[in-house]
Design a binder for this molecule. Structure first.
Ligand code: AMP
Length: 460
């Protein structure tokens, strides 16, 4: 449809060029509705989940306004978590790829503040960060928002859930009164309505209808005869569906650990994601899941916030979510970008009342389904296709993806198509290699040199 094309919006030519190089041909519904008011400079409140294309909606808005020759912070995007901030910064950089000299900087907690201060001294046009760390920089006066043009709150409801309210107020107190505000949120509790009323100027509300019939997520509800069957039911479903990437939700930290251990004992490649992991463990877990060297991530709701892995084949509610909002958040992680996703919810008779409540609150009609035949339990668990190798050298040691790829595939190396994602962290690099090539790849990295020196390498 022609009215859904980006070319009707009057965007700067460089942005149209980026869009076409990214293959974004038509606008998603949230883009079609929010971009006209965003580009007209109005405040906008958008209701949209991850996967709706909301990042490009606000990203195009702030980039279209940006004057790259003015070397000051002109846009700030606040996100609830570092993973989401990284994701948003990546998307903005992609959209800005045809625009000269746009500097996007992420400022998040969980990493040392010193290097961030150094980067700020070099200047930036767009900052993407988490509220707590932005507040720290404001307090230290290492970040000046006095010339801000656009303020974006992404996943505002989650920022409130995570207790960032006072940090957000500190940000509102440090930005010019005349600015554009864009707020995106999946839900609109009172706290967010209040922020909108206090800090936004005649916002236009954009809501994308999400009808249940043509939803890209198929929900399956499985009633268990008793509590003892929970683990068996999950194994049966995994053996039948063999998802390359799936998240299993539990309600407690302890359950995530126990369940991941149990799945590993049964031969699956499962990892637990919970709040007790330190930053390095969390990064490693997310890297291994994203690069397909672990196929199952067992997580709590809190730990999974901000998790943004495209193409989850399935979500499993090992325990039913506490309320319908949490349920919607969980299942929204599958079925992205036009793909059909599947969500499986396990419950016992004792929990039927929770299912009845979901049915009413989400306007679903639930038909309990039966489990795959139990003979399947005889089958061997499937393994993830990749293995992660950790190299003890990263950005600080100037290790780049090309170096790793070169070292792996050089003479007598493994084939290029056996190398998967390469992630470079501060002091480490992670590379995914095909499981069958793991041994030679490890040998190759150990024997060879990267940047002219040897680094310790191991499979994790
Ligand atoms: P988001 O909801 O912002 O996380 O975006 C979901 C995914 O859709 C991202 O991978 C974007 O790169 C992609 N995307 C956003 N807008 C478009 C578009 N108009 N056409 C195709 N892909 C898009």
């Amino acid at each position: 449809m022609s009215q859904m094309s980006f070319s009707t919006l009057g965007l700067q030519p460089a942005l149209l060029e980026s869009l076409s190089s990214l293959g974004y041909e038509t606008m998603t519904p949230i883009q079609a509705q929010s971009l006209p008011p965003i580009l007209a400079g109005q405040d906008v409140i958008g209701q949209g989940r991850t996967g709706s294309g909301k990042t490009a909606a606000f990203g195009l808005g702030l980039l279209n306004r940006l004057n790259a020759e003015r070397f000051q912070v002109q846009a700030l995007v606040l996100c609830p978590t570092r993973e989401l901030a990284d994701q948003v910064a990546r998307e903005i950089r992609r959209l800005a790829r045809a625009t000269a000299n746009v500097k996007v900087l992420t400022l998040c907690g969980g990493t040392p503040i010193g290097p961030q201060i150094g980067s700020l001294e070099h200047g930036a046009h767009i900052i993407v960060g988490t509220p707590g760390r932005i507040e720290d920089h404001l307090r230290k006066r290492t970040l000046d928002l006095g010339r801000l043009e656009t303020l974006v709150l992404d996943e505002a409801d989650r920022m409130f859930d995570m207790g960032f309210e006072s940090a957000l107020e500190a940000v509102f107190g440090s930005v010019p009164g005349k600015r554009q505000n864009l707020l995106f949120s999946a839900t609109f509790p009172d706290a967010i309505q209040a922020v909108a009323e206090r800090h936004m100027h005649n916002p236009v509300r954009v809501q994308v209808e999400e009808s249940h019939d043509d939803s890209s997520i198929r929900q399956h509800f499985i009633r268990l005869p008793d509590e003892q069957q929970r683990m068996t039911a999950l194994r049966l479903l995994l053996l039948q569906l063999r998802p390359a990437s799936a998240v299993v939700f539990c309600n407690t930290k302890r359950d995530t650990r126990d369940l991941a251990d149990e799945l590993c004992r049964h031969g699956f490649d499962a990892l637990a994601l919970h709040g007790d992991l330190d930053q390095k463990e969390r990064d490693q877990t997310l890297v291994r899941f994203a690069n397909q060297s672990a196929s199952i991530l067992v997580a709590t709701d809190v730990a999974a916030r901000g998790l943004d892995i495209d193409a989850l084949d399935a979500v499993f509610n090992y325990h039913i979510a506490r309320d319908s909002d949490a349920h919607t958040h969980r299942i929204g992680r599958t079925g992205r970008a036009g793909e059909q996703g599947n969500a499986y919810t396990l419950y016992t008779g004792k929990e039927s009342h929770k299912v009845v409540r979901l049915e009413a609150e989400l306007d679903l009609s639930i038909e309990p389904e039966s489990l795959p035949p139990s003979e399947r339990l005889e089958e061997r668990a499937y393994k993830a296709p990749m293995v992660t190798l950790q190299i003890d050298g990263g950005r600080k040691q100037k290790v780049r993806p090309g170096d790793v790829l070169g070292a792996l595939t050089g003479d007598n190396g493994i084939a290029g198509n056996q190398v998967g994602r390469i992630d470079i962290a501060e002091n480490w690099a992670y590379v995914a290699v095909a499981r069958e090539a793991a041994k030679p790849a490890l040998q190759k990295l150990r024997d060879g040199k990267l940047k002219g020196r040897s680094f310790r390498v191991r499979a994790i």
